[in-house]
Design a protein around this ligand. Structure first.
Ligand SMILES: [Zn+2]
Length: 271
């Protein structure tokens, strides 16, 4: 497993060649190459951030075209920073792709074994978690910000992969995409004690960075949750790209003061 930036037409995507060899499209967009302007410059893919919806749909069309799928194959949930996992199939294709109104309500993760359905979620600092079981041919995509991490959404997604599709944990591979790195995610005392109450390994994930700044390492937290859930360490890969540091490539909610666009994580089994 490893990741790389790939240029496709006018867009560049972070992709997983090892997964594409196995018939899986796994991609993360950059912020560049789209039609949006101002704080959404330019490949904003979020319909919920105040951008012109027509431009967002045009940007989504561009992503679909570059990755090789029609927008009516995209499925999106409305992302409420919870831990509910939707089981998705062909019947859900197109939900949330053109409008927020029919996105899957109340979910932050999706699981499917249906080829030709492209699970899509939107990010600016939260972590995309990509799951793939090459034995059962099941995929899952989760939106794990600090709230989803605290709620262990990674574990919730794995439970549904196991219960609904019979996935065995030692077969499942996980990719942790770009998100807010520890150096950019300072927390206060209140949050620190909250996190300490949630994880036995809190000493590893909360540490001081540059003298007195206390930070929370969300990427490592997700990795340790995955390990605790039974995923072998060798099956987990991270890209360690920080959305807060790499504003040339990414939108960052924190670094922009909240008014910004969204990247997309896309995961689909090829037909
Ligand atoms: Zn950073």
């Amino acid at each position: 497993m490893s990741w790389e930036w790939k240029q496709r037409g006018s867009l560049s995507f972070l992709e997983l060649p090892g997964w594409s060899e196995l018939g899986v499209t796994a991609a993360f967009t950059s912020r560049n190459g789209g039609f949006s302007t101002g704080p959404f410059t330019s490949l904003n893919l979020g319909l919920h951030v105040g951008d012109d919806p027509e431009l967002v749909i045009a940007n989504r069309e561009l992503v679909g075209k570059s990755l090789g799928f029609e927008l009516n194959r995209m499925v999106c949930c409305d992302q409420v920073h919870g831990r509910e996992v939707a089981v998705v199939d062909r019947r859900h294709a197109g939900r949330g792709a053109f409008s927020l109104d029919d996105a899957l309500k109340g979910y932050d993760a999706m699981v499917t074994n249906s080829p030709g359905v492209f699970l899509t979620a939107f990010f600016a600092d939260c972590f995309p978690l990509y799951f793939f079981d090459p034995v059962k041919r099941v995929i899952a995509l989760a939106h794990s910000g600090w709230k989803g991490t605290a709620l262990r959404i990674a574990e919730a997604a794995l439970k549904v992969m196991a219960s609904e599709f019979g996935c065995r944990l030692h077969d499942v591979r996980v990719f942790i995409g770009p998100g807010i790195g520890p150096e950019c995610f300072e927390i206060d005392e209140q949050r620190k004690s909250q996190v300490e109450g949630l994880f036995t390994f809190s000493d590893d994930i909360i540490y001081s960075y540059n003298e007195n700044r206390m930070v929370w390492d969300l990427e490592l937290t997700n990795r340790l949750i995955l390990k605790e859930s039974g995923i072998p360490e060798d099956n987990i890969e991270s890209c360690h790209l920080c959305t807060g540091c790499r504003r040339d490539r990414f939108f960052s909610y924190r670094a922009s003061g909240g008014h910004t666009g969204r990247m997309a994580a896309v995961l689909g089994l090829l037909e």
